[in-house]
Ligand binder design. Structure first.
Ligand SMILES: Cc1cc2nc3c(=O)[nH]c(=O)nc-3n(C[C@H](O)[C@H](O)[C@H](O)COP(=O)(O)OP(=O)(O)OC[C@H]3O[C@@H](n4cnc5c(N)ncnc54)[C@H](O)[C@@H]3O)c2cc1C
Length: 425
């Protein structure tokens, strides 16, 4: 085997975390990204992080001061079912942090990449675009062809090549990794931009907010570093045609929703609208001879649950362990099969929950009496709210956090509150 032990293509959460862990474990790593840093990812992302993701970053040795800005912490999230009711969901203590945070991807991605570059054994090259994979006589991937910014191509050899190059992965395409378990029936289209001067919601708070119509449209407000607010439109994709004018469609959608228009009345949009149409949901085959995928290259899904970065970091941790085992002598097939099983075990139930949530919240249109009773009783119930956030923080199983007992209890408590307020108690 010539060259380095591992070439990692893509230097954001998945790739940089993987490179840092591999180099810390004694492997020689070349981390290639066509972007220069700090920069926003080419596939737009308006991220919030739950403490589960921050815990992964702590374990990796990425200093939280680099991305966790006090002004972007959200200690409560206001949920408004327009035009019927609203509730404020306090963020409980989630593994030592009682907030979710809006992050600037420029800062976050650069902090992880700096952590990787600072590890002896890791060479990081920016502005290098991988164009092809190199295979040996047996068809095993053993390197890449990459081009620098001057267009000059170089062949680089390695023991294996990892695609951490995002949801439109070139490594997956060149390796011939098929898509498996794709769910495209209920997809969303997302548009967002940053704003300054966003006003308070109807409770008087300037914090995170989700406005939902129950009719295929949500608008989400997230606090961001520097006092900005990210305002996101999340709509069922079959109704979100922009006619080529994303800015016009974005503003028209915001203006048409009174609680959103009220918060934006004195505000200024300070970035251009970006987004993704018909956000895909799926997995790809995880590995083959001499190659493997991690992060969005392996598993991509709708951003509604805000799990992408956490999953990329966990995937990197699992793949690093498998690759270090392989380097110690475990057969490639065995190490990779264990990796694939571990990632699936860690992400698949959440994937199912996210795709079911998309259907339920964007495509099913509950009757108004149900929105005004059952859904309100559940969403305003403190036990339900606490379990909802613990599920998003991956402390409760995605397929087990809602139980018939929870719903029955929340319904009884909600009905009790309604009766008490009806009779003035
Ligand atoms: C609209 C939207 C909103 C989202 N919001 C959230 C959120 O709130 N919270 C959350 O946790 N997640 C969110 N996500 C998901 C999150 O952005 C991704 O899960 C995360 O970025 C995946 O990280 P990654 O390292 O796998 O890939 P990416 O971040 O996509 O990085 C891939 C890297 O590979 C490089 N690359 C690609 N091709 C090549 C090549 N040929 N040669 C060299 N380099 C290459 C790219 O330049 C890029 O730097 C959102 C996603 C979308 C689409």
């Amino acid at each position: 085997m010539g060259g380095v032990d591992v070439i990692v293509v893509g230097g954001r959460p998945a790739g940089a975390a993987l490179a840092a862990r591999l180099a810390s474990g004694g492997a020689s790593v070349l981390l290639l990204d066509r972007a220069r840093f700090p920069s926003l990812p080419a596939v737009p992302s308006s991220p919030i992080l739950y403490p589960s993701a921050m815990g992964e970053l702590d374990a990796l040795g990425v200093p939280s001061e680099a991305y966790d800005r006090p002004e972007a912490r959200m200690r409560s999230l206001m949920f408004q079912f327009h035009p019927w009711w609203h509730t404020v969901i306090p963020v409980p203590d989630l593994r030592g942090r009682d907030y979710v945070v809006g992050v600037d991807r420029r800062e976050l991605d650069d902090a992880i990449r700096v952590r990787a570059s600072a590890t002896p054994g890791c060479e990081s090259r920016e502005g290098w675009s991988v164009r092809d994979l190199v295979r040996d006589a047996d068809g095993r991937v053993c390197g890449v062809v990459a081009a620098g910014e001057d267009g000059r191509e170089e062949r680089i050899d390695a023991g294996c090549v990892i695609g951490a190059d995002g949801r439109f992965s070139l490594v997956a395409r060149k390796a011939g990794a098929p898509v498996v378990d794709e769910r495209l029936e209920h997809t969303s289209t997302v548009w967002y931009a940053d704003w300054e001067g966003v006003g308070a919601d109807c409770t008087g708070e300037v914090s995170g907010q989700v406005v939902t119509t129950g009719r295929g449209l949500d608008v989400l407000f997230f606090k961001m570093p520097g006092g900005r607010t990210s305002v996101n439109v999340h709509a069922r994709s079959d109704r979100a045609a922009s006619g080529g004018d994303a800015q016009g469609a974005y503003r028209a959608t915001l203006d048409a929703l009174p609680p959103v228009a009220a918060r934006l009345a004195g505000a200024r949009q300070v970035s251009r609208v970006v987004g993704v149409k018909r956000v895909g949901n799926g997995y790809r085959q995880a590995w083959g001879p001499g190659w493997a995928l991690v992060g969005d290259a392996l598993h991509y899904k709708d951003p509604v649950d805000g799990q992408g970065i956490r999953d990329a970091l966990v995937g990197a941790r699992l793949l690093a362990a498998a690759l270090l085992d392989w380097r110690e002598g475990r057969p490639w097939e065995e190490a990779m099969a264990r990796y694939e099983a571990a990632v699936r075990d860690n992400t698949h139930a959440m994937y199912v929950a996210t795709t079911e949530r998309l259907k339920r919240e964007l495509y099913d249109e509950p009757p108004v009496p149900v929105i005004r009773t059952l859904i309100r009783w559940w969403m305003t119930d403190r036990t339900y709210q606490d379990r909802f956030l613990r599920y998003l923080n991956r402390e409760l199983p995605p397929d087990g956090w809602v139980t018939p007992r929870l719903l029955a209890g929340a319904s009884v408590r909600g009905l009790g509150r309604d009766l008490a307020s009806l009779f003035g108690r």
